[in-house]
Design a protein around this ligand. Structure first.
Ligand code: SF4
Length: 349
């Protein structure tokens, strides 16, 4: 068994306890115990990351699946996840990883750790241009994600994070500072939803989103899982979309995804297509230029259109993507509308 890595972003507390600074929960963890995420523990008065480098899920996906639609469209991404999460969403779509038992975390901690350079070399060696930290919440293993992203940058591989944005302070800086792109969940636009459905707060997520936009060079996209009866009222969708347009910019891509019953809401009905279409109308009415529908097949629902003239720039079918700006015409053409010449926000090459 590899030794467990000492974590960063913690301070010593009283009586041998440690206080974690990764996320707004700020867990105070006694000797031999773990924080709420289940994967950061106090071992001998020091905080350890129990899942540093321990991959529980690995796959090569299209970047559209993350979803990131304005970041190297059609590109393949080596996706890695571990176990644990700092939120407890009742509707979690990936609870097999995020809600792993203490025994499962223990077993994974006993596995060999993947060094950051190994992941970078694996992606580069296979000609995969990106690595994603995804499947479970990567902020709870922010150290390994940030170190791996740095190793990837060394060899010309980009890094992307799929995250709930519930991360604070130095951990937030280190984590998003290392990433080239992120898709951050904005699960709803009410404190009540975050408190009751996720065991968290909305405010810190909004802070993270603004911080990324203002302080980092990380390309940002936002996802909202639209859940019937919980976050799909006209008023809430208007408030959410208006906030994104005002604080993050009207060209920030917003992904409105269909919910399917899972986790504690396994028996709940899925999101009707009509609800997603209404949500898209509201988001567009709030001024957002790039609103996408996910987890559902709606013709044109995943196409990227020019914010100026409406021409299709990237056509999507399922997770496949075809760009419309003459491929092979070089950097000047990438992301530029072939009809009106307007450049679309994103990272296209
Ligand atoms: S990352 Fe985990 S241990 Fe740290 S504060 Fe958040 S829930 Fe607690």
């Amino acid at each position: 068994m590899d030794e467990l890595k000492e974590a960063r972003f913690w301070t010593a507390g009283e009586g041998g306890s440690v206080r974690c600074g990764v996320c707004p929960h700020g867990c105070v963890v006694e000797e031999g115990r773990r924080g709420r995420c289940g994967v950061r523990g106090n071992v001998g008065g020091r905080m350890r990351s129990l899942v540093w480098g321990r991959a529980a899920a690995v796959a090569v996906d299209p970047v559209e699946k993350k979803p990131l639609y304005h970041f190297l469209p059609g590109g393949r991404v080596l996706s890695v996840g571990t176990l644990g999460c700092n939120l407890s969403c009742r509707f979690c779509q990936n609870d097999g990883l995020s809600r792993a038992s203490a025994e499962e975390v223990e077993a994974l901690a006993g596995e060999r750790a993947l060094e950051p350079e190994e992941v970078a070399a694996a992606a580069r060696g296979r000609g995969v241009p990106m690595v994603a930290f995804t499947y479970n919440e990567p902020a709870v293993w922010a150290e390994w994600a940030a170190e791996t992203a740095a190793a990837c940058r060394e060899v010309g591989v980009r890094s992307v994070a799929v995250t709930n944005g519930y991360v604070a302070g130095k951990a937030r800086e280190a984590f998003f500072g290392a990433m080239d792109a992120a898709n951050v969940d904005l699960k709803a636009f009410s404190e009540g939803f975050y408190r009751k459905q996720c065991g968290a707060r909305l405010g810190p997520v909004l802070e993270t989103l603004e911080w990324i936009r203002r302080e980092s060079r990380c390309w940002l996209e936002v996802t909202t899982l639209v859940i019937p009866g919980l976050n799909d009222s006209d008023g809430e969708l208007e408030a959410l979309s208006g906030w994104v347009a005002e604080k993050l910019g009207a060209e920030t891509p917003l992904h409105l995804s269909a919910f399917y019953g899972a986790c504690e809401m396994a028996g709940a009905a899925p999101t009707p297509v009509g609800t997603l279409l209404r949500a898209r109308r509201i988001a567009a009415g709030a001024g957002l230029k790039h609103v996408y529908l996910g987890n559902v097949r709606v013709e044109g629902g995943g196409d990227t259109r020019c914010a100026g003239c409406g021409a299709v720039l990237v056509e999507r079918e399922g997770f496949g993507a075809r760009v419309r700006w003459g491929e092979g015409e070089g950097a000047a053409a990438a992301g530029r509308c072939p009809v009106c010449g307007r450049r679309c926000g994103g990272v296209w090459e």
